[in-house]
Each structure stands twice: as structure tokens, then as C-alpha cells.
Design a protein around this ligand. Structure first.
Ligand code: HEC
Length: 219
């Protein structure tokens, strides 16, 4: 453990120096970019829109559309179950999507981290599925299909009833079982005021938090 943090610290310092160095160069390059470089082309609003698909915890960025658990069951069976299992139990090394309890995150040495036990927001579940799944065919689901498949994932986890329909409003209103399980890292270097010297207490705090939560095995 301590070896890892000794390694991480100089890395961050290097990163900070890199950012500061490049930061001071950026204005001169950015101001004259098209004329001087003469390569590439300005991104069109439609192109930017295709990349700009993130959804925030409060639901900002959710597209219009809707889907039911029932519709999601069909999509899940066709597009998800071969890896995640018919009941979200996970096949082989593919991750499970159902199981565990938030309370076990603090008591078990190896707690089950699933949508039901670990994820703090239903909105970012939608975001994750929309951007990445099905694995190998990412972003092939429509907005409606993504609402439907998110609905079935939440239903499989017992978070919403089987007859539910989700849209941007109802999705953002869902309270996840582990929504209070996350808090701001007390480590010194993630506070708003960066720690620039004598910061070596930081890793010790992280270590003790990890130990307290029992998320990291002792050996
Ligand atoms: C080909 C196998 C495969 C298919 C099909 C697939 N997934 Fe996944 N899924 C994965 C893998 C691999 C990961 C882990 C990715 C990672 O950690 O980078 C994952 C991760 C996830 C996670 C995050 C799990 C967590 O708690 O960290 C969710 C949610 C998920 N998939 C949903 C879906 C949904 C919904 C579908 C169907 C639309 C789907 N997956 C189809 C392989 C698959």
C-alpha cells in the first residue's frame, strides 16, 4: 500500500508541472490556430452534439424518450444477458448487475458492488449504459431503448416496480439504495485549496479510510 502512494505522489507532481507548463503556452497557439496550422476543420455543432451525451447525477443531459421495464426485458435478453446473465448474476468474468446490500460495503471484506448495492444515481447508470453498452457495440441503443433497459436493470434490483415506465423526469427522481454511501474524500490533496508542501499525511488518511470501510484486503 504505502509503496503505491509513494509512487503516485511524484506522478501527480509531474502532472501538475506539465499542466502549468503547457497552460502557459496555450494562449499563443490557440489564438492563431487555423491560420498557422492549416490542418483539420472546425467541429460542426452536429458533430459536437454526437459527443456531448453525458448525463449528470441531477439528470442534466438526459435525452427525451421513454421506456418500460417490459420493453427492457426483451432488449436485455437479446443484447445484455449473454454476458451479464438472465438474472444479472454475471457470466464468467463479466460483471454482475444485481445483488448485495449497501450495508455490506462497510462490513464485508469483499462486498458485492452492484447497481442495487453500490451505484448512487440512476441517472449515471443511464449515462454509463448509453455510452458503453452493449460491450463491443456501444451506442447502438436508441434513447428509448436505453430508458427501457435502464428500467429493467432497476427493476431486477428491486428499486422500481415491474410495471414502471421511465423518462427523464421519473429517472432523475429515483433514490438509489446507496445514494448516501459516497462522501468527499478527506485526503488533503482533493480539497479546494491544493496542498503544496508537507502533504505526507494524505496517504495515511486514505489508507485509514479504506481500512475502516474494509474495501481493501489487508494482504
Ligand atoms: C459482450 C459482453 C457484454 C454485453 C453484451 C453487455 N455487457 Fe455490460 N459489461 C460488460 C463488461 C466487460 C463490463 C465491464 C466494463 C468495464 O469495467 O470497463 C460491463 C459493465 C456493465 C455495467 C457496469 C457494471 C458495474 O456495476 O460496474 C452495466 C450497468 C452494464 N454493463 C450494462 C449492460 C447492458 C444494459 C447491456 C445490454 C444493453 C450490456 N451491459 C451488455 C460486458 C457486456
Amino acid at each position: 500500500m504505502s509503496k503505491m502512494f509513494n509512487w503516485v505522489r511524484p506522478g501527480r507532481l509531474f502532472f501538475a508541472i506539465t499542466v502549468i507548463t503547457f497552460g502557459s503556452l496555450v494562449p499563443s497557439v490557440a489564438g492563431s490556430e487555423p491560420a498557422r496550422l492549416g490542418i483539420g476543420e472546425r467541429a460542426m455543432p452536429e458533430e459536437i452534439a454526437r459527443w456531448d451525451i453525458d448525463v449528470r447525477p441531477d439528470g442534466t443531459g438526459l435525452p427525451t424518450g421513454q421506456g418500460t421495464v417490459e420493453q427492457g426485458e426483451v432488449i436485455y435478453a437479446e443484447r445484455c444477458a449473454q454476458c451479464h446473465g438472465d438474472f444479472g448474476e454475471g457470466i464468467g468474468n463479466y460483471p454482475l448487475l444485481v445483488g448485495g446490500e449497501p450495508s455490506e460495503l462497510k462490513t464485508d471484506d469483499r462486498p458485492i458492488k452492484s447497481i442495487g448495492s453500490y451505484w448512487p444515481y440512476a441517472t449515471t447508470l443511464f449515462d454509463y449504459v448509453r455510452r458503453t453498452m452493449p460491450f463491443g457495440d456501444a451506442q447502438s441503443l436508441t434513447a428509448n431503448e436505453t430508458y427501457a433497459v435502464t428500467a429493467v436493470l432497476l427493476s431486477m434490483n428491486g428499486i422500481i416496480p415491474e410495471d414502471s415506465m421511465l423518462d427523464s423526469k421519473s429517472l432523475a427522481a429515483i433514490n438509489m439504495p446507496n445514494k448516501n454511501g459516497f462522501y468527499v474524500d478527506p485526503n488533503a490533496d482533493v480539497h479546494n485549496t491544493p496542498c503544496m508542501e508537507s502533504c505526507f499525511d494524505g496517504p495515511v488518511i486514505i489508507k485509514s479510510v479504506a481500512k475502516f470501510l474494509k474495501v481493501t484486503p489487508d494482504d
